[in-house]
Design a protein around this ligand. Structure first.
Ligand code: SIN
Length: 328
């Protein structure tokens, strides 16, 4: 076993762990009218306590002395995620992290905006205990659901001594919460992290670790306290793009703009002209990649800052948090 490798099988023989599972909904908690329907379901239907009770591996953990608590924070399709749920979730995560008896947290989530929540939680809380996001691509009513295995793996990772930071556990892989992104609408293995790759694989309850756990400096929960959050929008650079959308957003009082850029962060000249006008009027503007893996490589003469390897939606969260922090 390498120094980074940890045999999780040994955890179950060592001290039992205390894990809190916070439910927010998603396909993991979804139901369809038929067990062979994996797409025509309604997300966010089944209580997190019921989902946990249906996973034999977690029942086994409980019989070994593990405490697995649950709390329903929300019950939504994550496409509808918004500021109020984020703030409540961050508050509940912080609350449980501060309990000395709690070793780690799991957050059940929809896959669609998981990368945004992961980014937000890590930047705001940068926890020293593990906060493990998990989800499913098939509803709980499916004949072969993926949720139970993901839940069992997530609880295992949350109970791992030495684990820390916001990570996502999906389809046997562990990702950094700030790097993970959804890349497929249907496959069970629907997540990726571009060039960064996974943090670890989790195989039969055993972690095969490739990289270290995420660390960072917490902005602090108080950044989310404002009732009205800054307006930050995403515009896309594409063939035939122009600056009209930016002009309309400026009229509407936008405070931050992410442009999903082509190539190595390039922007259509007409859209670029509008973005530079917005920037000169005090709007926070940043370029993110429109898709794919990799990182924008600075040219040395860029007029608009870039968001490195962040997806456009994660860059939006970063701008949002910076504007909130600036309000202080
Ligand atoms: C959602 O994001 O809540 C629905 C889709 C999913 O979880 O896969």
């Amino acid at each position: 076993m390498t120094s980074l490798e940890t045999n999780l099988a040994s955890i179950s023989r060592s001290a039992p762990r205390h894990i809190v599972v916070l439910g927010t909904g998603g396909t993991l908690a979804g139901t369809a009218s038929s067990a062979d329907d994996n797409v025509g379901y309604t997300a966010g239907q089944v209580a997190v306590s019921q989902l946990l009770a249906a996973v034999p591996a977690l029942q086994r953990r409980s019989s070994e002395g593990w405490v697995i608590e649950s709390e329903q924070v929300a019950q939504i399709d994550s496409k509808d995620m918004g500021h109020a749920v984020w703030r409540r979730l961050a508050e509940r995560v912080q609350h449980h992290l501060e309990r000395p008896e709690v070793d780690g947290l799991v957050v059940t989530h929809g896959t669609d905006t998981l990368e945004e929540t992961g980014y937000l939680l890590q930047r705001v809380l940068a926890p020293v205990k593990p906060v493990v996001l998990t989800a499913a691509m098939r509803p709980s009513s499916a004949a072969q659901p993926d949720g139970p295995q993901n839940l069992a793996d997530a609880v295992t990772v949350a109970g791992l001594p030495g684990a820390r930071g916001v990570v996502a556990v999906l389809a046997g892989k562990v990702w950094w919460g700030t790097e993970v992104r959804k890349v497929h609408p249907y496959r069970l293995d629907a997540f990726d992290a571009g060039d960064a790759g996974p943090l670890a694989h989790i195989e039969e309850g055993r972690l095969r670790q490739l990289r270290d756990w995420p660390t960072g400096t917490a902005l602090g929960l108080q950044v989310l306290a404002a009732d009205i959050w800054p307006e930050v929008q995403i515009v896309v650079s594409h063939a035939g793009a122009d600056g009209r959308m930016v002009d309309l957003l400026m009229e509407a009082g936008v405070q931050g703009l992410v442009v999903a850029a082509t190539g190595n962060g390039t922007v259509h000249q007409d859209l670029q002209a509008a973005l530079l006008r917005a920037q000169s009027e005090g709007v926070a503007v940043v370029r993110a990649l429109r898709g794919g893996a990799g990182c924008i490589v600075p040219t040395g003469h860029d007029l608009v800052p870039d968001a490195g390897a962040l997806s456009a939606v994660q860059a939006r969260i970063e701008i949002l948090l910076r504007l909130l922090a600036r309000r202080g």
